[in-house]
Design a binder for this molecule. Structure first.
Ligand code: GLY
Ligand code: MN
Ligand code: MN
Length: 448
């Protein structure tokens, strides 16, 4: 693994790499906003979360900020951010302000965002190509702003200077960059996974009959925040008993009962990076016969998927391996009928396993990056090969709803086991194994 550079240098290196890519496309100017601050109710906003692409290139976490990159005779990176304002800072906390931000984050120039609408049209002059995250639909205002700025630039130019006539999407090159994590990212992601694993251990140890799902959510949050994570990477799923058959059941008011399983799918976000772990365990600390049988199938499926997760495998190999094991297990336990090949061909397993075995993991919990080989285009592209320093989840599961043709012992059992894996030279490294996964280890931990 390359050595970890300072995060500030990492952000700069990424800007340089994107600028180099822009040059391969003929050069031009790029404009990227951070996320919008979203109102929640009177005088109150949802907790601000920066835009992932913007943060990836800037390291800047404040709202109302824009990044401009110029791939020209001289490359430039320019930040627009909120100006210093002592009165506003009394209410909302310190701001960097353009000058200090430029020095700390190593931008060539920086301006108060109040100057944005005047300066960006000037910066557009002389550039025929404009790059923006066009296919990122979360910023509804971006295109309106860009249209306005191009219109002003056209008026200023009076036909004498180039203005953008070709608009290119930044999302695909950024997704390709983000798919392969650098050393700084890997070290943050390992720490995030370690924090989340510890939180799962705490929740397992706290579990007993009579607790509510929300009480386990509180145990998870305790460790996330205690160890410095900024919050959750997604709302914690804590699902008691039958609730586990709802894949994204948010921690609610349900009480956990003796004899049931509880499924926790939870991960913290640390310095902008997600972790994503699922464990399923018995409320009373001992797996029953039916629970044990299905758990062993899911665990076996995860082991097979892990064995098919390496640079010699393509993206879908782990899923295919997991589905085979799960389907054979469902046949063995009498939940499916027929032969393995028939069940696979007709996808009868999908009644009990309706999601895929993983997803890319990074700044977004379902991170960017195509699962088929680039470039984007036809649907029949082959699955992409895994590469060193990609990060993904491996998360098989089984979810059994009551039905006449299903043995009653399995009704309402929902099991998922999810770990986070970094692709290495030979295989993959599981970075979330600070929480046990084997039945004997889980039972020993819960015994105390
Ligand atoms: N936590 C959502 C997922 O596992 O994809
Ligand atoms: Mn996941
Ligand atoms: Mn998950």
């Amino acid at each position: 693994m390359p050595s970890v550079t300072s995060p500030i240098q990492s952000f700069k290196t990424r800007r340089e790499r994107l600028l180099a890519w822009m040059h391969t496309q003929g050069g031009g100017i790029a404009i990227l906003p951070t996320a919008a601050l979203r109102p929640r109710n009177r005088d109150n906003h949802y907790t601000f979360r920066h835009d992932s692409d913007f943060f990836y290139l800037s390291g800047f976490k404040e709202s109302d900020a824009w990044l401009v990159l110029i791939a020209g005779d001289v490359d430039q990176s320019i930040l627009f951010c909120e100006g210093k304002n002592p009165e506003a800072e009394i209410w909302n906390g310190k701001r960097w302000g353009p000058q200090a931000a430029a020095e700390y984050f190593d931008f060539d120039q920086s301006y108060d965002v109040s100057e944005r609408d005047q300066r960006i049209p000037e910066l557009l002059l002389g550039h025929a190509q404009l790059f923006t995250p066009l296919s990122n639909v979360s910023n509804q205002q971006l295109l309106t702003h860009v249209h306005d700025w191009v219109a002003v630039a056209q008026r200023k130019s009076r036909g004498t200077r180039a203005t953008p006539v070709k608009w290119l999407d930044l999302c695909e090159p950024l997704a390709e960059m983000r798919l392969i994590k650098d050393a700084t990212e890997l070290s943050i992601m390992k720490e995030a996974a370690s924090i989340s694993a510890q939180a799962h251990v705490r929740a397992m140890q706290a579990t007993h009959a009579g607790l509510h799902e929300y009480e386990l959510e509180a145990e998870l949050l305790h460790t996330f925040r205690k160890r410095g994570a900024q919050g959750v990477a997604y709302d914690s799923i804590v699902a008691a008993g039958a609730n586990a058959c709802v894949l994204h059941h948010p921690a609610g008011n349900s009480v956990m009962h003796d004899g049931e399983l509880v499924l926790i799918d939870a991960g913290c976000e640390l310095e902008g990076y997600a972790s994503d772990i699922t464990r399923t365990f018995p409320v009373n600390g001992r797996f029953s016969g039916a629970q044990r049988a299905l758990y062993e199938i899911v665990l076996h499926a995860q082991k097979e998927a892990i064995a098919h997760t390496s640079p010699t495998h393509h993206w879908n190999a782990g899923h295919e391996a997991a589905v085979r094991v799960l389907t054979q297990g469902l046949l063995d336990e009498g939940l499916l009928k027929g032969t393995l090949e028939q069940a696979l061909e007709t996808s009868t397993y999908s009644r009990f396993y309706m999601h895929r075995t993983g997803h890319w993991l990074g700044m977004d919990v379902h991170d960017v990056g195509t699962y088929r080989a680039p470039p984007l285009g036809a649907e029949d592209r082959p699955w992409r090969m895994l590469e060193q320093n990609m990060v993904l989840t491996i998360e098989p599961g089984l979810y059994v709803r009551p039905a006449e043709d299903v043995p009653e012992a399995f009704w309402n059992i929902g099991i998922r086991i999810e770990d986070d894996a970094v692709i290495t030279a030979q295989g993959c490294e599981l970075i979330s194994r600070g929480v046990p996964v084997e039945i004997a280890e889980i039972e020993a931990l819960m015994k105390g």
